[in-house]
Design a protein around this ligand. Structure first.
Ligand code: SAH
Length: 389
């Protein structure tokens, strides 16, 4: 294994696993893409072992700060530790049912995502370095979790930046029957092969349940409804909802999920652009609650300004429609939008809409998507449950 010296090491010593190219003493192009390297400080003191990719913005992602072999034993220990964390933080019941089993940096396995939907595992390799351990990892997942079905969802756009191809395949079992998962009292059918992300937005699970507790009947909108999860939770507390999404496949799955939960009579869906729908259809102060869970508007830092404008606009449009004392559940999953910037966008939206906002709860991603305190980038989801007046 080759050694690379860093010009600066304080962030690494603080527990951050990323090293950028300008922090290396020599060009990352000198190393084989995806290979393991030992990172040392200016004096040659050991810092950690990670994988390097000269084509990526982040040159090195560290796997460990110990001098240890990166082999099957290493990955087994990391996976078992991810399970132990979830037993503690999420409970055995969710571990048996569905959750994110491995969350990349949050589980000290940068570049690897594993979601569990009942007996099915959906796996994503996000980086060239992690892809290099694909065989070991898939073998271990099979051995430790014995899933009936395994799906590879190597179709994230970040793979192209890493120099990796895109693929979506079932690698074990089949999907003749789609997995069903529970979330509180609700049941959702998930399509891990064709759905967005790996099929379901597990990161919002706890937020949906918190919102459900606030909804006591009434009428609401579930904007960017995808497969219906937020709205169906509200409908299970007697609410009547309309879901809006631009994807016909998502709407079909939402209609099916409403049926599975016995709330079809209270859930209707419209295929539309959310901005256009809100501008055209709704009169002011009509809804008891609005759920707003858009896709990441800021896909890159360069698009930040544009994204903040979109958050402001869609939130203002929504706030106008909420009755006095009603609730807005609003989220941003953009990595590049900080909690502060999102808060600012919400405050400007409230001014645009002539409303006041009171924070019922400020929330983040579910506990199966653990954030590292030293790695600000691992906390990406912002969710506010707001009273609008
Ligand atoms: N709230 C969902 C997740 C939403 S993901 C849940 O918790 O399950 C974002 C959704 O927005 C996707 O379903 C996507 O199809 C939809 N979408 C993206 N752009 C849109 C637009 N302009 N108008 C309406 N829907 C849009």
């Amino acid at each position: 294994m080759e050694t690379v010296a860093l010009k600066r090491s304080s962030r690494i010593l603080g527990g951050h696993p990323w090293i950028f190219s300008n922090e290396l003493s020599i060009s990352p192009k000198r190393f084989a893409p995806g290979s393991l390297v030992r990172a040392v400080d200016r004096q040659g003191g050991f810092l950690g072992i990670g994988y390097i990719n000269p084509h990526s913005l982040i040159s090195i992602r560290l796997l460990t700060s110990r001098d240890e072999p990166i082999d099957e034993g290493f990955f087994r220990a990391r996976m078992l530790s991810a399970v132990e964390y979830r037993k503690k933080a999420c409970g055995e019941k969710r571990l048996k049912d569905s959750l994110r089993l491995i969350f990349s940096e949050g589980d000290y396995l940068p570049g690897l995502i594993v979601d569990k939907y009942g007996d099915c595992l959906a796996v994503q390799f996000l980086t060239l370095g992690m892809e290099g351990f694909r065989e070991i990892i898939l073998r271990l997942l099979d051995e430790l979790f014995n899933p009936k079905t395994m799906v590879l969802r190597n179709d994230g756009s970040s793979r192209a930046l890493e120099g990796l191809g895109l693929e979506k395949t079932v690698i074990k079992g089949d999907l003749t029957e789609l997995p069903r998962i529970t979330e509180g009292g609700a049941v959702f059918e998930v399509n891990p092969l064709l759905g967005q992300k790996t099929g379901f937005f597990l990161d919002q699970s706890e937020n949906r349940l918190a919102m459900k507790d606030l909804v006591k009947g009434g009428t609401g909108l579930d904007i960017f409804s995808y497969t219906g999860a937020w709205g169906i939770q509200a409908a299970l507390n007697s609410a009547k909802i309309t879901g809006i999404d631009s994807s016909a496949d998502a709407i079909n799955q939402a209609i099916k999920n409403a049926g599975i939960n016995g709330v079809s009579d209270r859930c209707s869906y419209v295929k539309a652009d959310a901005f256009a729908f809100l501008r055209e259809n709704a009169a002011g102060n009509t809804y008891d609650f609005i759920i707003l869970d858009p896709p990441a508007f800021a896909k890159s830092r360069a698009r930040l300004k544009e994204a903040l404008r979109a958050y402001r606009d869609i939130n203002a449009l929504s706030m106008r429609l909420v009755k006095k004392g009603g609730i807005l559940a609003t989220s941003s999953c953009s990595h590049h939008v900080s909690r502060e910037a999102f808060t600012d966008a919400l405050n400007m939206a409230a001014r645009d809409a002539g409303k006041r906002l009171r924070v019922i709860e400020a929330r983040s991603q579910a506990k199966d998507h653990p954030a590292l305190l030293a790695v600000a980038e691992t906390e990406y989801l912002k969710c506010f449950l707001l009273e609008v007046s």
